[in-house]
Design a protein around this ligand. Structure first.
Ligand code: GRF
Length: 215
């Protein structure tokens, strides 16, 4: 499964995918990383892995249209089977969502549909929720609202702050995201009309893992 990762930052999820592909999941074939930031650490991870690292800063283009057109062309040249959003801080335009329908995944640090959007750690603490976590979902034109595939759940403790929550959630992400990609590479996971489909079953609810099951 030719896999292209889109990222804006450190790329620890990308690294977890690279590591899983290199040891134990030969079906996942990372073939490139693309970033909207020149200085994204994730691009360095791609270079180290010997795969194309493409920097596409928005500021290099006169308008959003020409920028996205070039991104689409660069992606096409990599012939991806799947696009993996891993800390990509941009919203995919509808044309790209349509071109790769059912072939774009994202990981979002909350138990969707709770807390779509930004600052999920701050918001979960302010709300006093007892549970937080992360969700892998298919990307559609509706932000953070495509069919959910899997979640990792962590208990919010009295002593938790944004940093401790982030560290625990990300440790779960590094196991969860490669696992979901593995399902896809094995032909077990597809996107249906309303829900994700895993092993022939409609996932009206995502598969939920507890922190202790993943770490
Ligand atoms: C992840 O925690 C993910 O949930 C969110 O962005 C973060 C990216 O981290 N969408 P990294 O770049 O993979 O380290």
């Amino acid at each position: 499964m030719r896999t292209v990762v889109l990222l804006s930052g450190t790329g620890t999820n990308f690294q977890a995918i690279l590591d899983r592909a290199a040891s134990g999941s030969p079906g996942i074939e990372p073939v490139g990383a693309l970033s909207d930031r020149m200085d994204a650490q994730g691009l360095e991870r791609a270079r180290r892995a010997g795969i194309p690292a493409i920097a596409m800063p928005r500021g290099d283009f006169p308008d959003a249209r020409s920028w996205w057109d070039e991104i689409a062309a660069r992606l096409r040249a990599l012939s991806p089977d799947v696009l993996v959003l891993a800390g990509f801080m941009r919203i995919l335009p509808p044309e790209l969502c349509r071109e790769y329908k059912g072939r774009v995944l994202n990981i979002h640090p909350s138990l969707l549909p709770r807390f779509p959007g930004l600052n999920t750690y701050r918001r979960v603490l302010a709300a006093g929720d007892r549970w937080h976590g992360t969700t892998v979902h298919f990307v559609t034109e509706d932000l953070d609202a495509g069919p959910r595939v899997a979640q990792a759940r962590i208990r919010v403790g009295r002593g938790d702050d944004e940093d401790t929550l982030r560290a625990r959630v990300q440790a779960c992400e590094h196991v969860l995201y490669p696992r979901v990609l593995e399902w896809m590479s094995q032909g077990r996971l597809t996107m249906g009309a309303r829900h994700a489909i895993l092993d022939g079953s409609d996932l009206s609810e995502p598969v939920v893992f507890e922190e202790g099951q993943l770490l």
